[in-house]
Design a binder for this molecule. Structure first.
Ligand code: BDP
Length: 649
């Protein structure tokens, strides 16, 4: 089984020692924190012997003291380091592990043992990854190979899952959902005795690394597993079945955190089939898991996916809010509603989901997508962290002293981008998304530039040319992708089904409710008060900005308004000229990225270099296709030429 260690490939430090002494209470000798230090020291100071406590301490020794301090909270750590003595204190073994990873990161970046202090506790309490893995090994929207959790229909615990747990703990992930929200085929049996043992083993591994295990159960399990003729959440037999099942699985799988549920959405079963509400469904499950400290995360991605494109009054963007706003305050305290970052579906540009500014009495989690379904499928480099940061810092105008999304949510989840590919994420550069995501949730103050630099150096070492090229690529990649793909927030100009490459009419006459409404006169969807009314779902101060064509930010103009091609943006350009310019510019940026990458030959390992070359070649091919098809589409519809006389094919 071959796989890369990504950012945990500890390199040799510049200063060697003959002894590394790890001093800690005997009970911590078996902890993951202690083990990680041993693994790291063996590579970073290969000539040293690593000892547990020791009487001998001289100039050539390095002492690392690990202490649990009950006055610190569980995930909080405190580090005081000098070149020879480091003390890491934390509130629990998990906190110690986070402290150890922070210490290792710092010395790896410095290349030697250094003096520093650090005191941190995570910015977000719930920091989750949602895997969309199927029990048969496929991954929905997976661009990194097959599942490494499910191999030959069995749930694995092996070297790879151990490495996975280390990687996740190193970036502070504390909850992992291992199976797809669409619960298909054999995954329906995850609640049955068949999987109990392997779930227990995986749960134990995760627990060692501070990660709670979650599964997506089949909401219809009382029918599919038990053979009842209903899954009605208010039916006594159904309630009884869930209570008994939860008693069983939680007693076996000690580290089970609870369930993630996609209900009444895109064909998944849910309470509405029985005339019940989402609150009825979520609360019934929440009560079944409550005695074991479990939680239920219930997704808000609910809309009519059989819409009629001729019906201009129905707007998919409105659906998620409309389905849930009336239920505010009706959910039990161990229910969390998980809403996607935008109202539609992980497009490169969407406004922030209106529920974050509106639901006042409900626990909320925001969901991002690391798997680059709509953002280049890990063939295009698209570093999403600047976008995540911007969304977390967005002011909802909720009537709270601090109205930012980061203060409103109780946690964050992201659809994972991993698989069994050698480098975990298909492309090495896509691993920067995974890394940046975890680090940002743990420490919201870290800047994107710092993160890009940190990740690049941990992955590729200290060559300045490599650092500066990779950093530049990462930091500019999201804007480039937005520029050569879909303009001004309109979204959905990709191929139906696989969601890759341009197809401007692809979704236009389809049932999914994802329209651009482009014709010869105008483009965009009117979502103002006089249109679909979507803009009114925001707090008044924001509704006023989004709903008013003169105030709406340029980058969201076509999401909120339908305008003629000659409409002038705040930037001073017309919509049509903006489309042409950004498409040419975006492609030129992609060309520049490829050149930068090619300049790194011999400076990064061959395998990574070649993988990058192949992917940049595909990014260029596809970016050109986007540029030409989108420009040509709007050129033909509008009949307006490019002011700069460039040829539009
Ligand atoms: C969409 C994906 C689909 C997922 C769905 C979801 O295309 O495969 O099942 O989201 O989030 O983006 O449930």
């Amino acid at each position: 089984m071959e796989f890369s260690k990504l950012w945990l490939d500890y390199r040799k430090l510049a200063d060697n020692r003959s002894r590394v002494i790890i001093s800690c209470d005997k009970t911590l000798k078996d902890s993951a924190a202690f083990e990680e230090l041993k693994i790291a020291m063996a590579s970073m100071v290969p000539d040293a012997i690593v000892l547990w406590k020791s009487e001998v301490f001289d100039d050539d020794s390095c002492l690392i003291v690990l202490t649990i301090r009950p006055e610190l909270s569980e995930e909080e750590y405190d580090i005081a380091a000098s070149a020879n003595i480091t003390e890491i204190c934390a509130g629990s073994e998990t906190g110690l592990l986070y402290g150890v990873f922070a210490f290792l990161r710092k010395i790896a970046l410095a290349g030697r043992f250094i003096s520093f202090t650090a005191h941190k506790k995570p910015s977000q309490p719930i920091r989750m990854l949602n895997h969309w893995d199927e029990a048969d090994g496929d991954i929905e929207r997976g661009y990194s190979g097959k599942s490494f959790f499910f191999v030959n229909e069995e749930l694995e615990v092996n070297e790879r899952t151990v490495m996975y747990a280390r990687l996740m703990a190193s970036i502070g992930i504390n909850g992992v959902v291992i199976n797809n929200v669409n619960v298909r085929r054999k995954a329906k049996l995850l609640l049955s005795i068949e999987f109990a043992e392997s779930l227990t083993n995986l749960g134990e591994l995760f627990a060692r690394y501070g990660i709670k295990l979650f599964i997506c159960p089949d909401f219809a399990a009382p029918k599919t597993i038990c053979g009842l003729d209903t899954a009605d959440p208010l039916d006594e037999n159904v309630i009884e079945w869930w209570n008994t099942t939860c008693a069983l699985i939680f007693s076996k799988i000690k580290n089970l955190g609870g369930f993630l549920v996609k209900a009444d959405s895109e064909g998944e079963p849910g309470p509405m089939a029985y005339g019940r509400t989402h609150a009825d469904g979520a609360n019934m499950l929440a009560r079944a898991v409550k005695p074991y400290g479990g939680i239920v995360i219930w997704r808000c991605f609910v809309y009519n996916c059989t819409q009629d494109w001729r019906d201009k009054k129905t707007d998919r963007a409105c659906a998620s809010y409309d389905n849930f706003i009336g239920l505010d305050g009706q959910f039990d305290d161990n229910v969390y509603l998980q809403a996607k970052n935008g109202p539609v579906d992980f497009q490169i540009r969407e406004p922030v989901h209106p529920l974050f500014g509106a639901m006042k009495n409900t626990n909320l989690i925001i969901e991002f997508q690391l798997a680059q379904e709509y953002t280049g499928q890990q063939k295009h480099v698209c570093w999403l962290i600047p976008m995540f940061k911007e969304i977390m810092e967005h002011h909802t105008r909720h009537d709270l002293p601090d109205d930012r999304v980061s203060r409103i949510v109780c946690g964050v989840a992201a659809v994972a981008n991993t698989g069994d590919s050698y480098c975990w994420t298909g492309s090495e550069l896509a691993a920067a998304n995974l890394y940046g995501y975890g680090r940002l949730l743990f420490d919201e103050d870290v800047s994107c530039t710092e993160l890009a630099e940190e990740w690049t150096r941990l992955m590729f070492g200290d060559d300045e040319k490599v650092t500066s090229a990779v950093k530049e690529i990462l930091l500019d990649s999201k804007q480039a992708y937005e520029d050569y793909t879909v303009p001004l927030g309109i979204g959905w100009m990709c191929h139906p089904n696989d969601h890759y490459g341009p197809s401007p009419w692809g979704y236009e006459f389809d049932r999914w409710g994802t329209y651009n409404r482009a014709d010869r006169d105008a483009v965009g969807v009117d979502r103002s008060a006089s249109g679909s009314g979507y803009s009114e779902q925001y707090a008044p101060a924001l509704a006023d900005v989004y709903g008013d064509i003169t105030k709406c930010p340029d980058e969201l103009l076509l999401f909120f308004h339908r305008v003629p091609y000659t409409h002038r943006l705040h930037s001073g350009k017309t919509v049509i000229q903006h489309i042409y310019d950004t498409h040419f510019e975006g492609y030129a940026k992609a060309e520049h990225f490829a050149e930068l990458w090619h300049g790194l030959e011999g400076k990064i390992d061959d395998r990574t270099f070649k993988n990058g070359c192949e992917r940049f070649a595909e990014q260029l091919r596809c970016a050109k296709e986007w540029r030409d098809i989108i420009n040509c589409f709007f050129h033909r519809l509008s009949g307006i030429d490019d002011e700069n006389g460039r040829e539009i094919y």
